[in-house]
Design a protein around this ligand. Structure first.
Ligand code: NPQ
Ligand code: MG
Length: 368
């Protein structure tokens, strides 16, 4: 394969409803779409970096800089022996995993389309229905209970709510008393301190599936200590930047579950390495979400077909986030709470040009 051109497009899509986490409230997503071409073939990727450096240190501006100044020039015009070869070309670029993932994933799509295979088959798996869960932001109790009721009615198989210090036991108790034993978990997005162990241990009585990322991204040792003090399984998200962090976290006992997001780990190659080592260690996996449009969501569905993904993911229907989504047909949830992997070559979906055009803030093309 040879990359003949790469096009970056910064787009802005309003969210159907605002999404509040421990660190921010957002009402729109602004992200970079990547089109990677080899002659007439095109592959699509989406960068999960946000406007603000709150979930991660990267932003869509740093990603644009790293893509345009380093990652694209290193890859453009060269004959590449598949998507995994990119990591070698980019070895000198430290970090910037979201920027790397955006182009790496576009090249996986391109590679699968050239091969005429669905991406999941290119990854060695087969399409299967993907169990879907939802991530519900921070809301006052009434709105929260209404949201849980709506999502369960739509069929979603597990509920995740966002928590923060001072907003944890109360919403969990309210959901348990209204909805009984629904599969339920919480995500703190790194909002707690190591000294909050006793507070988090109060969640142990609610039979939660897991507590996601209670402490800071680089607090592996502190997470291991916390896991000794709480019975509920700790899951890591922000901390798992790639295979090295995953291996360290497992060796330390810092987590008993891992949330995989290729968009945060440098792409599908590193995400598969995390999948393989976690699976070998018996650590259950699920696929996270970053409020992606249909492009990133389709990538996530294909990766989710791998056998280590044994818990419902944060991969919901397009219409929970964007109406319309950038792609056609939209991604939908079945009444049984599963999402189908798009069929056809590559990720199986492509953006609708008029919709991309209407959402575009900035675009730049790089040619060999
Ligand atoms: C998580 N995702 O698991 C992330 C958090 C996240 C679905 O909960 C803008 C602002 C974009 C905040 C994308 C879900 C975001 C964001 C993802 C938070 O932690
Ligand atoms: Mg999370």
């Amino acid at each position: 394969m040879r990359l003949t051109s790469v096009e970056l497009t910064l787009v802005r899509l309003p969210l159907v409803r605002p999404f509040e986490t421990s660190f921010a409230v957002v009402d729109a997503q602004e992200f970079i779409l990547v089109a990677a071409r080899d002659g007439d073939h095109v592959g699509w990727g989406e960068c999960v970096a946000d406007v603000d450096p709150y979930y991660s240190s990267e932003t869509n501006v740093t990603a644009w800089h790293i893509l345009s100044q380093y990652l694209i020039p290193a890859a453009l015009g060269r004959s590449i022996d598949g998507p995994r070869a990119l990591a070698v070309l980019w070895a000198r670029v430290r970090g910037h995993r979201m920027a790397k993932a955006a182009l790496e994933m576009a090249v996986w799509d391109l590679d699968a389309r050239i091969a005429g295979l669905p991406l999941c088959e290119r990854l060695g798996a087969r399409a299967r229905p993907i169990p879907a869960g939802v991530s519900i932001g921070i809301h006052p109790i009434d709105g929260l209970l209404a949201a849980v009721e709506r999502e369960l009615a739509d069929g979603y198989q597990r509920i995740k709510i966002k928590i923060k210090p001072g907003w944890d036991v109360e919403p969990v108790r309210a959901i348990r008393s209204r909805f009984g034993g629904v599969p339920l978990m919480v995500d703190a997005n790194a909002a707690y301190r190591a000294s909050d162990g006793p507070r988090l241990a109060q969640l142990d009585t609610f039979d939660l599936m897991m507590i996601e990322q209670p402490l800071d991204h680089d607090d592996l040792v502190e997470h291991a200590e916390l896991q000794k003090a709480v019975r509920t399984r700790i899951c890591l998200d922000e901390s798992i930047t790639g295979p090295k962090a995953a291996a360290d976290a497992i060796a330390l006992g810092a987590c008993r579950v891992i949330n995989i997001k290729p968009g945060r780990m440098g792409g599908i190659g590193p995400a598969m390495a995390v999948h393989d080592l976690a699976r070998a260690a018996g650590v259950p996996l699920w696929h996270g979400g970053m409020l992606e449009s249909g492009i990133g969501r389709a990538h996530n569905l294909h990766l989710s077909t791998l056998p280590g993904f044994v818990l419902p993911g944060d991969i919901a229907a397009s219409r929970r986030y964007f109406v319309p989504d950038l792609i056609e047909p939209p991604i939908d949830v079945s009444p049984g709470g599963t999402v189908a992997v798009p069929s056809g070559p590559g990720i199986g979906v492509t953006p609708v040009p008029d919709r991309v055009k209407a959402a575009t803030l900035r675009t730049e093309r790089f040619s060999a």
